[in-house]
Design a protein around this ligand. Structure first.
Ligand code: ADP
Ligand code: MG
Length: 701
C-alpha cells in the first residue's frame, strides 16, 4: 500500500492532541490513521426510530423514547440510593432509574422538560423500565435526528475518563472518514472476486462499517471484511501448499517390503480396523506420488494411531529411509519406545530413544548411530529438533499430539534432510472442519473415525462434592474387583503452590478412604523430579498401585488398560477438550469404564453446559464442535498461541459458508496464477508480502 494519508500518525488527526494520541496508542494500539479506521464498532445503536412507550415489549433489547419528564424522586440511602423518574409520552409512562451519578443526573432533570432517552428495556410487573439511559434534552428549535445508526466502540475506563469514550471516538472517526478519498483506500481484491461475490468496494466498506445509513448497509460492509479476512488467510495457505508442491520433489517409497509384510502378517497384535487400513492406504498412495506428504491424522483418543505410525515407519525402513517419531512429553516418548520395541522385538529393526534426560555418553552413541544410518527409527521429544541430531537419510517425520507443536517446529524437522521428508501429524484433539481448514489448511487430512472393536462405551456421570463418600465406595468396589482408578486434580495456572496444596490435600483425603497396606496410591505432579514421577507412573502402569492421584500431567497419552475409573475433581474448572482427553485414559481395555465428574454443588452456567455435553456424548468430534461454539475459536486447545485464529470480524462458527467460498476462491486463484504474476493480482501480492504479518508466515514456507 502506498504510504498515503492512512499512514499518518494519529496525532495528526484533528481533535487528537499529544496526550490523547498517547492514550490511544497505549490503550488501544492505535498509532496511525489506518489503525483508527480499523477500530471497528462492535455494534450500532439504532437511533433511526423513536418508539412510543406502548410499543415497548420484553423482547426488545434497546429502544429510544421521547417524552416529557413528569416527576422524579430520590429514595434509599448509601448503596441503596436511587433516582427514579417518570417520563410520559402520549401513549404511556416509562420509568427511568439511576443508581449512580445521581447528583449529576439530578442537575439535568427538570419537570415538564422534553427528553430523548435511549437504553436497555426491562420489565418489572408488566411495566417498562430503563436503567441508566442515555438522556438528552430535546429543544424545540432543534429537529430530532432520526436517521442515525450510532456506532459503539470498545474503549477502556482510562480512555473514558480522558474524554475518549465511545462517543468521542465516534467523533474522531467521523472527521477521519470525512477527510479520506477513494484513492486513499484502494481496492486489492481481484475484480472477478468482487464481481462473483458482489462485494462492496473497500472504500465504501470502511465508510459503511462505521457510519451505515441502514443495518443492511452495515451488513454489506461487514460481509466484505469477513470475506477479505478469510480469503487472505486461505490465499496464504494455498500459496504455501502450492509452492511446496512445485518446488520440492517428494521422496518416493517405491515398494512395500519385507519388514512391513513380515510385521503385518506375523506380528500385528490385532486386526486393523477398517479406518486404520484406509488411512494406511492414503499414506501409501501419498508416498508414491513424488511429492512431499503433509498429512494430518485425526483420531480420537484410543483410536489406534500408534500402530498406523509404526506401519508407516516400517514402510520407510523398507525403502532405506530413517524415520522419527516426536512426542510432546518424555513419558509419552518412553511409552511409544517401549511399545514399539516390544512389537518389533523379532524384526531386524533398530529403534532409538532420545529425550532431554538422556545421559551424555548414551546420547553421543545414539547420535553417531543415527548419523551412520544404523538406526532405523528414532523416537523422542523436542530433543529431536536440536541441530546436533543429524540423520543419515531421513524420509519420514511423525509428530504425535500435534497441538503441542508449532508450525515452525514442524518446519525445522523437515529441514533435517536434503529432500524434505514426508510428514505425518497425529492429533487426538479433534478439530472441527472449519478450524482444520484454517489451522492446518496446508495439510491433507485423514480421519480415524472408528474405535477398535470390543471397546465399551464409557459411562460419564456428574456428582457434586457432597456425594464424595458414595463415589469413594464405588471406587473401592471396582478396585476390589481388580480394577484401577485415576483421581485428577486441576492445575490452576496462576498458582503452582496452590495446585500443589490442593493436590496434597486431596491425596490425604483419598488415603483416608483407602488405607495402606491394603490399598496403594501413586502420586504424580509437576513438582516431582522426572525420575520420581516416572517411578510412580510405572508402578501404576504395572498394577503395583491401584490409584493414581495426579494433576493433569498425565493428560497426554498414558495407556493403562486395566484402569476403569477416571475421577475428575473440580471438573468445573476444566475445559471440554481437556475433560475429553482425560476421559480417554479409561475405556482402553475390555472392562466397563466410568468417568466421574466431581464439582462444587453450585456451578456456573457455562460449566454446567460443559458437564452436560460430557455426560451426553463420547464423541471427540461432537465435543470439539460444541467447544468451538461455546468458547469461540481463539480458545481452542493448541490454536491459542498460533494467532492464526485471531480473526477480527470473521467467525469460524457463524461464517462457515463464507469460509468455504473463500477457500475455493483462493485455491482456484492459486491454481491459475501460483506466483501471483497476473496484473490483476499485483495489489494482492503487494499486500501479502509487504505487510508485517503477526502470523509469521515466512517461518512456514
Ligand atoms: P491413540 O490413537 O490414542 O494414540 P493408541 O495407538 O494408543 O491410541 O491405541 C489405543 C489402544 O488400542 C492400544 O492399547 C492399542 O494397542 C489398541 N489398538 C489399536 N488398534 C487396535 C485394533 N485395531 N484392534 C484392537 N486394539 C487396538
Ligand atoms: Mg497416542
Amino acid at each position: 500500500m502506498p504510504a498515503g494519508v492512512l499512514s499518518n500518525p494519529i496525532e495528526y488527526l484533528k481533535g487528537v492532541g499529544p496526550q490523547k494520541a498517547d492514550l490511544l496508542k497505549k490503550e488501544l494500539g492505535i498509532f496511525t490513521f489506518e489503525d483508527l479506521l480499523n477500530h471497528f464498532p462492535y455494534r450500532h445503536i439504532d437511533k433511526t426510530k423513536i418508539h412510543t412507550v406502548r410499543e415497548l415489549h420484553p423482547e426488545m433489547d434497546f429502544a429510544q423514547v421521547a417524552g416529557t419528564l413528569q416527576d422524579y424522586e430520590i429514595t434509599g440511602t448509601k448503596s441503596g440510593k436511587r433516582l427514579v423518574a417518570t417520563l410520559r409520552d402520549n401513549s404511556d409512562l416509562l420509568e427511568l432509574v439511576w443508581f449512580q451519578g445521581i447528583p449529576w443526573i439530578q442537575k439535568l432533570l427538570q419537570r415538564g422538560q422534553k427528553y430523548l432517552v435511549f437504553g436497555r428495556i426491562s420489565f418489572f410487573g408488566g411495566k417498562p423500565q430503563m436503567a441508566h439511559p442515555e438522556i438528552e434534552i430535546i429543544r424545540a428549535e432543534e429537529p430530532l435526528r432520526k436517521d442515525f445508526l450510532e456506532p459503539v466502540y470498545s474503549t477502556t475506563e482510562k480512555l473514558k475518563s480522558k474524554q475518549l469514550g465511545s462517543r468521542q471516538i465516534m467523533k474522531l472517526m467521523r472527521s477521519l472518514t470525512d477527510l479520506l478519498k477513494p484513492s486513499d483506500i484502494p481496492e486489492f481484491m481481484p475484480p472477478s472476486v468482487i464481481k462473483t461475490y458482489q462485494l462492496t468496494d473497500r472504500y465504501s466498506a470502511y465508510r459503511k462499517i462505521h457510519f451505515p445509513s441502514s443495518l443492511a448497509e452495515y451488513e454489506e460492509a461487514l460481509r466484505r471484511f469477513k470475506f477479505e479476512e478469510l480469503f487472505l488467510t486461505q490465499l496464504k495457505l494455498a500459496l504455501i501448499r502450492s509452492s511446496r508442491l512445485r518446488l520440492h520433489n517428494g521422496i518416493i517409497f517405491q515398494r512395500v517390503g519385507e519388514l512391513f509384510h513380515s510385521f503385518y502378517h506375523h506380528h500385528l497384535p490385532f486386526t486393523l480396523t477398517e479406518a486404520q487400513k484406509k488411512v494406511i492406504k492414503e499414506i501409501r498412495s501419498d508416498t508414491m506420488k513424488g511429492i512431499q506428504m503433509n498429512r494430518l491424522l485425526q483420531g480420537d483418543v484410543g483410536s489406534g494411531k500408534t500402530i498406523v505410525a509404526l506401519l508407516v515407519m516400517l514402510l520407510a525402513a523398507d525403502n532405506g529411509y530413517q524415520s522419527c517419531l516426536m512426542a510432546p512429553t518424555e513419558i509419552l516418548a518412553q511409552q511409544h519406545f517401549a511399545n514399539i520395541t516390544r512389537m518389533l522385538s523379532s524384526l531386524p529393526v533398530n529403534v532409538g530413544l532420545l529425550t532431554g534426560s538422556a545421559k551424555l555418553s548414551e546420547r553421543k552413541k545414539l547420535l553417531d548411530e543415527l548419523e551412520r544410518g544404523e538406526l532405523h527409527m528414532l523416537i523422542g521429544t523436542h530433543a529431536l529438533i536440536e541441530d546436533a541430531v543429524k540423520f543419515h537419510k531421513l524420509g519420514l517425520v511423525i509428530i504425535d499430539e500435534q497441538h503441542r507443536f508449532g508450525v515452525a517446529q514442524r518446519a525445522r524437522l523437515w529441514k533435517k534432510s536434503e529432500q524434505p521428508p514426508h510428514v505425518l501429524v497425529m492429533t487426538a484433539t479433534p478439530i472441527p472442519r472449519t478450524l482444520a481448514m484454517t489451522v492446518y489448511g496446508d495439510l491433507d487430512c485423514s480421519i480415524l473415525d472408528e474405535l477398535p472393536p470390543g471397546r465399551q462405551k464409557i459411562t460419564t456421570v456428574h456428582r457434586p462434592d457432597t456425594h464424595r463418600s458414595q463415589v469413594m465406595n464405588f471406587i473401592r468396589q471396582e478396585i476390589d474387583n481388580g480394577r484401577q482408578a485415576y483421581i485428577i486434580f486441576p492445575l490452576i495456572e496462576e498458582s503452582e503452590t496452590l495446585d500443589y496444596e490442593n493436590l496434597m490435600k486431596g491425596y490425604e483425603n483419598v488415603k483416608a478412604y483407602f488405607p495402606e497396606p491394603r490399598y496403594r496410591i501413586s502420586v504424580v505432579h509437576g513438582r516431582q523430579p522426572a525420575e520420581q514421577r516416572e517411578v510412580n507412573m510405572k508402578r501404576f502402569a504395572a498394577g503395583d498401585t491401584q490409584i493414581m492421584v495426579s494433576t493433569t500431567v498425565i493428560e497426554v497419552g498414558v495407556d493403562v488398560p486395566n484402569a476403569t475409573i477416571m475421577v475428575i475433581e473440580s471438573a468445573e474448572k476444566f475445559g471440554l477438550s481437556q475433560l475429553h482427553q482425560l476421559r480417554g485414559r479409561v475405556g482402553r481395555g475390555n472392562e466397563k469404564s466410568y468417568c466421574i465428574l466431581m464439582t462444587a454443588p453450585e456451578i456456573g452456567k457455562e460449566a454446567r453446559e460443559r458437564i452436560k455435553i460430557m455426560t451426553s456424548t463420547n464423541s471427540g468430534f461432537e465435543i470439539a464442535e460444541k467447544d468451538l461454539e461455546l468458547r469461540g475459536p481463539g480458545e481452542i486447545e493448541g490454536t491459542k498461541q498460533s494467532g492464526i485464529l485471531n480473526f477480527k470480524v470473521a467467525n469460524l462458527v457463524k461464517d462457515k459458508d463464507w469460509l468455504e467460498r473463500a477457500k475455493d476462491t483462493a485455491v482456484v486463484l492459486v491454481e491459475k496464477d501460483p506466483e501471483l504474476n497476473f496484473p490483476e493480482h499485483q495489489a494482492l501480492k503487494h499486500l501479502l508480502f509487504s505487510k508485517k504479518d503477526k502470523i509469521g508466515w515466512s517461518k512456514i514456507s
